[in-house]
Ligand binder design. Sequence first.
Ligand code: ADP
Ligand code: ADP
Length: 226
Amino acid sequence: MAQVTLKNVFKRYDNKVTAVNDLNLDIRDKEFMVLVGPSGCGKTTTMRMIAGLEEISDGTVQIGDRVVNDVSPKDRDIAMVFQNYALYPHMTVYENMAFGLKLRKVPKADITRRVNEAASQLGLESLLQRTPKQLSGGQRQRVALGRAIVREPQVFLMDEPLSNLDAKLRVQTRAELIKLHRRLGITTIYVTHDQVEAMTMGDRMAVMKDGLLNQCDTPMNIYTNP
Ligand code: ADP
Ligand code: ADP
């Protein structure tokens, strides 16, 4: 079970900005939660605290039953795809997807199996020997997703992962992501400022404003009770 629980979480930056102000949020096991709100409301800071990339000023972050405040990012069983998903330019698609597993000393046979499975989930089978510059933007984005899912994480964090894609590709990749989530059943937190994504992608949406949680409900309930 990989629910993610934030209890009374605060983030105060050194410059005294309170980016997150007493946030309580419960993301259920296997849920697709969309995190929305205006620029500067604290979405990225929240994601970075869940990932362990940003220290928590106060409160607790729990993944499953474990408080992870002091757990390093690589031991949190989390994978991330953020807006700037730089791939290693000199490596093939296969090597890009395998790299994190190699670092973690996953046995080679498992690496091959997991990379090939992820490649087939994402339609990348025929591109494994290419380098990033031989790919389109959408293909690169899929490799970044593949690199994350080969880790078989319990929690998947995405921060505006489609914002660099053109409109048509964004629509297509959005649909693929929803299907992928259904197949893999990974607890997912997805940041967007795109209204359509917010209303269509998640099981629930959490609406933040000024570091606070304003609303957290199904898109339908939020739409009918704004
Ligand atoms: P969002 O992702 O919703 O746009 P952020 O989490 O990036 O919001 O930012 C929340 C607030 O924290 C903003 O006021 C922003 O300026 C501030 N902030 C973000 N990162 C830092 C940082 N490293 N140092 C100081 N202030 C920051
Ligand atoms: P080594 O550890 O000896 O470097 P790798 O596992 O990195 O070997 O594989 C060598 C090359 O073969 C890589 O460039 C990779 O792209 C390719 N390769 C290995 N396994 C597969 C696979 N299952 N499908 C596609 N390409 C593969």
